[in-house]
Design a protein. Structure first.
Length: 335
């Protein structure tokens, strides 16, 4: 990165961190139950576990806020890596079948293990995401084919459609359609400290690995031949990057469901400010994704108070027009 690019990145990270901090404070302050500011401060600094309002802050709002930060950062970093590795500006983690795999695992849990606690659901959702990605890798390995980005997207799409169909079949046969639909719409209301203890370290490890591999993603984004010419071990680097995408997206989907459009939108917004170097795009996407997730969660609580709107619907309202705009823009660049 040049000096100007480093300055832009530093300014973006500083401003983004301040925005995340402000949004996190608002996330703890506002909810379906009105709690005075003084009570919130006391609950954070010197909690009284016999006070109902303190329990709401400590057990519900703080874990939810931390979960939003982790989920937003993970989805955005995974989307940025997918776009760089595949050379597809419309890519996100859903292309690898990760979202569909997690959804199918959840459908099986709801149908056959209805008493399973949330931590167990998170665990099985992550396993489902991993299994789906292994199937995609298996399809790519047939006849010893290279890990080509185009074939990867096709294999991921096929696996996603297949697993989504199975999920819907299970939902219809076992009459769990409402519960499955609410989870697949995306939401962070169920995040608690014990789920963060399980998924948090996994996501943090994935975020650190994403930053470490950001230079390789930049080279892969130039195209396979250019990356080889610059001395990059393309197959190994691509496999490593996609494995990190699994860790990030699998952990995020397990916590909050397959929240759409986060991984697609955020890297595009970040590139507008920082340029196309993924050494800047990936860390800045983490910060921006955390902020957007917090903001969307606050909106989801306010828009239909005291009820809540699934956070995935908030992103969909913004994401669908953004997707159409981006697709048309990319179409014009190829004409």
């Amino acid at each position: 990165m040049g000096i100007d690019a480093k300055k832009k990145t530093a300014w973006f990270l500083t401003a983004g961190a301040a925005a995340v901090l402000l949004a996190a404070v608002l996330s703890v302050l506002y909810g379906s139950t009105g709690i005075p500011f003084g009570q919130v401060v006391r609950a954070v600094i010197k909690p009284d576990l016999t006070d109902q309002q303190h329990l709401v802050i400590r057990e519900l709002r703080v874990p939810r806020t931390v979960g939003c930060i982790l989920v937003g950062a993970a989805f955005s970093a995974a989307g940025a890596m997918m776009q760089g590795v595949t050379g597809n500006p419309l890519a996100d983690s859903g292309l690898l079948g990760i979202n569909a795999g997690a959804s199918f695992a959840l459908a099986l849990c709801l149908a056959f293990l209805p008493g399973l606690n949330f931590s167990g659901v998170v665990f099985f959702s992550f396993l489902g995401a991993a299994a789906a990605m292994l199937v995609v890798y298996g399809l790519m390995s047939l006849k010893r084919r290279r890990l080509d980005p185009v074939r990867l997207v096709l294999a991921g799409s096929a696996v996603s459609i297949f697993l989504s169909s199975l999920s819907q079949a299970v939902a219809i046969l076992c009459k769990i359609g409402y519960n499955l639909t609410f989870w697949t719409a995306g939401g962070v209301a169920g995040i608690r400290a014990k789920q963060l203890v399980f998924a948090g370290p996994v996501i943090l490890l994935g975020l650190a690995a994403a930053v470490f591999l950001s230079g390789r993603v930049s080279l892969l984004s130039l195209g396979e031949e250019a990356a080889r010419g610059l001395g990059l071990a393309v197959e190994g680097s691509r496999t490593a990057c996609l494995s990190v995408v699994l860790v990030l997206a699998g952990g995020a989907v397990a916590l909050a469901g397959p929240v759409a459009f986060v991984g697609l939108m955020v890297p595009h917004v970040v590139r507008y400010f920082t340029g196309a170097d993924y050494r800047s795009v990936i860390p800045c996407s983490m910060v921006a994704g955390a902020f957007f997730m917090l903001a969307a969660d606050i909106i989801s609580r306010i828009i239909n108070a005291p009820g809540e709107v699934p956070i995935g619907l908030v992103f969909a309202v913004i994401g669908v027009p953004f997707f159409i705009f981006t697709a048309r823009k990319e179409e014009r660049t190829f004409e």
